[in-house]
Design a protein around this ligand. Structure first.
Ligand code: M6R
Length: 357
């Protein structure tokens, strides 16, 4: 039930800090270490390469997950859009592990890959919010997202839950391999959860920015580099699907290779900058588009902020920034849709789970 909320989407955005806390609880054992099924741990240890398969928002979470698993657990990872997998079947390693990420666990495109890879005899792990779902039942292992039912078509809390669980999985695999990490995901997620709360408490701010940037525009660009590039892709999808504004998420450095031609007076360009190593270059990109008349908005992170930034995010561990930077993006999309009188929870032409290929 929506309770006092006007839309499920807003309720689900607000639930994210609690979902993160729930995940910490569910994945923490008595000694404050990670609680994970031993068979999953073994499957991760055996894998010489991981293939993440997903669609839409879950695919965007997979892009972030690849970074965790490669950087922390030192296992190579490829992320594939489920519907493209069979046309561009990659060369498989000797001991692959397939990870399916799916809020609903019912996405037909992902299931069709699972059917293929199972037939080849490869092990599969599903990360899902619905444990009894098809992808969960048909895979060898399941990790539960514990996000609670997600009703709005636009996925919000499932995305952050997927990223949190992927971080825990990556650290567990690293530890199982004897890799010594200073990063404690459970502690860092607790910090994230509080940071998320401060963001969901500042809705008027995002409502104001959304009005300024999106009320009448026909298109919008989101730019980022590194992990921020993954988040801007999700930001664009969110805006597109509920406000019907044509939006794209670009790598900041790619703009000058073509897209910058689209920038006109007033074109909205939203940049995310959460990482020290990209901060200067993404700000350079913002200047380039501003010089061509773009209506720019920078969402930065405490520690690397400028006075002119429209919004400064509370600082969290550099690996976990997508969990906080996505929240303004979800809220911007929400208010854009609201101001344009769109059906926020049930956008046209879309279904909550896509059960046809
Ligand atoms: O249930 P799934 O996570 O497998 O769904 C995948 C996509 O259909 C889904 O994320 C879709 O892109 C959302 N509507 C995005 O908000």
């Amino acid at each position: 039930e929506k309770g006092t909320y006007p839309h499920f989407m807003l309720k689900e955005i607000d639930e994210q800090p609690f979902v993160i806390r729930k995940i910490i609880q569910e994945y923490q054992d008595k000694n404050d270490t990670i609680k994970l099924d031993n068979d999953i741990r073994k499957a991760m240890q055996k894998a010489d390469r991981i293939y993440i398969i997903a669609a839409g928002t879950s695919y965007h979470a997979g892009l972030v997950g690849k970074q965790f698993i490669e950087r922390l657990a030192n296992i190579p990872v490829e992320v594939h859009i489920a519907s493209e997998f069979s046309y561009n079947m990659p060369l498989l390693s000797e001991n692959p592990l397939f990870i399916f990420i799916s809020q609903s666990g019912e996405t037909a495109d992902s299931r069709s890959v699972l059917v293929q890879t199972k037939a080849l005899g490869h092990p599969a792990l599903t990360l899902t919010n619905v444990p009894g779902s098809t992808l969960s039942r048909e895979a060898d292992y399941t990790l539960h997202l514990h996000a609670g039912p997600e009703i709005a078509v636009a996925s919000t809390k499932a995305y952050t839950a997927q990223i949190a669980v992927l971080a825990i999985l990556a650290v567990d695999s690293a530890r199982a391999k004897g890799i010594n990490l200073s990063f404690d995901p459970l502690q860092e997620l607790a910090i994230v959860s509080s940071a998320m709360e401060t963001l969901t408490d500042q809705k008027e701010e995002f409502e104001r920015i959304a009005k300024d940037m999106f009320e009448t525009t026909r298109n919008a660009f989101f730019i980022g580099r590194g992990v921020d590039y993954f988040v801007v892709q999700e930001a664009a999808l969110k805006l597109k699907e509920i406000s019907y504004i044509q939006a794209e998420g670009f790598a900041g450095g790619e703009l000058k290779h073509g897209t910058i031609a689209l920038i006109e007076d007033g074109t909205p360009v939203i940049a995310i900058s959460t990482q020290e190593n990209v901060n200067l270059s993404i700000r350079g990109n913002v200047q380039e588009v501003a010089a061509r008349g773009a209506n720019t908005c920078v969402v930065s992170m405490k520690g690397f902020e400028n006075d002119s930034d429209q919004f400064v995010l509370p600082q969290v561990h550099e690996l976990l920034t997508p969990l906080v930077s996505v929240i303004p993006m979800q809220l911007l999309a929400y208010y854009a849709a609201l101001h344009r009188d769109c059906d926020v929870d049930k956008p046209r032409n879309l279904a909550k789970s896509v059960t046809v290929e």
